[in-house]
Design a protein around this ligand. Structure first.
Ligand code: ZN
Length: 496
């Protein structure tokens, strides 16, 4: 067999095993009865092992070496050149970590997550502390596998944003932190928009969510929408996109969740089918993925033109709750800046501060400059500086997110970088089609969807994140468009 054919076949089978893992994980969240937990954990671990053995097989390294001369002669933008680049990167990263360490991390992360669930319920950081210490110790050993490095945080960040440096993120956030803080100080309000508290019948929320997903361009031939505890999106194959959401009677968050997860789904759905069963079949990076969920959820889904179209539908669905509420009041309510403790409930403006706090603290933890026992105090002090609230307990503070309990360091910054990118990308789309917002007022989103598909989605992760961003927006990450966007929006709402 030709070496390239053999390599691609091996990569395709690895991709199939990984998709099968995703099917089991999706089912676990959506359909599985609780009794299935133990069997499912074993099944997932088995597939994980099969994938790992195949990914680190010596034969992959031999084939990559054999193909090196051929790769040099390929057009660097061609699918094959990009697949070879990604395969080399994945192989080398996975081979650096000894199997025992990878196994131990997986095991401890599962147990630590359980410990975190209990500690969060009782707001008892001391119960979680030894687990976080263990996780960090293993994570640092894992980081050492990638020495030499300039900053240990570079190593964890690279798993989500290939090639991005900690100092780059620091520079972006150093610009954002004081500006966002100032916006929150100027605009945060405690006003309770009582009309936003329902009750909103769940079946109506589902009808509206489905209407949004269709309007944004998804097809039910290729999409599903199901209910879970913690919403997510996962793609299980070409033409098989699974969105999940949740509904609560006392708010309309589900509409934004639907738009958010739909954004992730549209991205994956738009990847060229030619790239299926290759290592470049997914989105360009965690931040690029998040740029799409946030573009649809926030830039489109919280804008006045959008609500000019959709608010009458929502008001029709809930005439008792919203019949007397003018459009501008509703749009202000879904954009209102607030000071709140919980990241996932934060408004669009203050959200960034929650991310900056975590980014700062996890750098200190990873570098060993901050001891785990001192983490709650460090959290509370910095939170007060950034958001202006005194944290009453660890459940509303340091214990609120699951990320660290599962060893997930380096992921948080991608949420805010995603928001920054969402506005840069949106501005490019609007440059190409200046009447997009007029289209939104008519409930038309096809032109935006098509621009995003052909300029971004179709590439999958063929290129590095920095290259992808350069291709789409013509330059590097820039926080100024995002800040301008927030200032304009809050200024307009304050003046209205
Ligand atoms: Zn997301």
């Amino acid at each position: 067999m030709e070496p390239l054919t053999e390599l691609k076949q091996r990569l395709a089978e690895i991709a199939d095993v990984q998709r099968a893992q995703s099917v089991l994980a999706w089912d676990m969240e959506v359909w599985m009865p609780p009794g299935g937990q133990k069997s499912r954990a074993t099944q997932l671990a088995t597939l994980e092992k099969i994938a790992h053995v195949r990914q680190t097989d010596d034969r992959i390294g031999e084939l990559l070496d054999e193909l090196e001369p051929q790769r040099a002669s390929l057009d660097p933008d061609s699918d094959d050149a990009c697949i070879l680049r990604a395969a080399r990167r994945d192989f080398e990263k996975l081979r650096r970590v000894p199997a025992e360490l990878a196994g131990e991390l997986a095991q401890v992360q599962a147990e630590s997550h359980q410990a975190w669930v209990g500690a969060r319920e009782t707001s008892d950081f001391a119960a979680f502390q030894p687990w976080l210490e263990r996780i960090l110790e293993l994570r640092r050993r894992w980081i050492e596998c990638f020495a030499p490095y300039d900053d240990p945080y570079d190593v964890v960040l690279d798993d989500f944003e290939e090639g991005m440096r900690t100092e780059d993120v620091r520079a972006i956030f150093a610009t954002l932190a004081p500006e966002i803080s100032a916006l929150v100080v100027a605009h945060a309000s405690d006003e309770q928009d009582e009309f936003m508290q329902g009750p909103f019948a769940l079946d109506q929320q589902e009808v509206l969510s489905r209407e949004l997903i269709e309007a944004f361009g998804a097809s039910w031939d290729a999409f599903r929408l199901d209910v879970v505890v913690h919403p997510f999106e996962v793609t299980l194959g070409v033409g098989d996109v699974r969105l999940t959401t949740r509904y609560a009677e006392d708010d309309l968050t589900s509409l934004f969740t639907a738009m958010h997860e739909c954004g992730h789904g549209l991205y994956e759905w738009g990847v060229s089918p030619r790239l299926d069963r290759t290592p470049v079949a997914g989105g360009g990076s965690a931040a690029l993925h998040e740029s799409q969920s946030r573009l649809w959820e926030n830039v489109v889904g919280r804008s006045l033109p959008f609500w000019r179209w959709f608010y009458p539908r929502v008001r029709n669905a809930f005439p008792d709750q919203l019949g007397n509420v003018p459009l501008t009041d509703f749009q202000r309510a879904v954009n209102r800046a607030r000071r709140t403790f919980i990241r996932v409930d934060a408004d669009e403006t203050s959200y960034g501060l929650h991310v900056i706090l975590r980014f700062e603290l996890e750098q200190e933890l990873v570098a060993g400059r901050l001891a785990v026992k001192d983490l709650p105090d460090a959290w509370n002090a910095r939170f007060e500086e950034l958001v202006g609230l005194e944290v009453p307990n660890d459940r509303l503070g340091v214990l609120q997110d699951s990320h660290w309990s599962t060893g997930l360091f380096g992921y948080f910054p991608t949420y805010l970088i995603g928001s920054v990118l969402s506005v840069q990308i949106w501005e490019k789309a609007r440059e190409a089609h200046p009447d997009l917002e007029e289209q939104f007022e008519r409930g038309e989103f096809a032109e935006l969807h098509e621009w995003l598909r052909s300029n971004l989605y179709v590439h999958g992760s063929k290129f590095t994140p920095a290259e992808t961003i350069e291709r789409v927006v013509g330059g590097p990450i820039d926080s100024q468009p995002y800040l301008r966007y927030l200032r304009d929006k809050l200024g307009t709402l304050a003046a209205a």
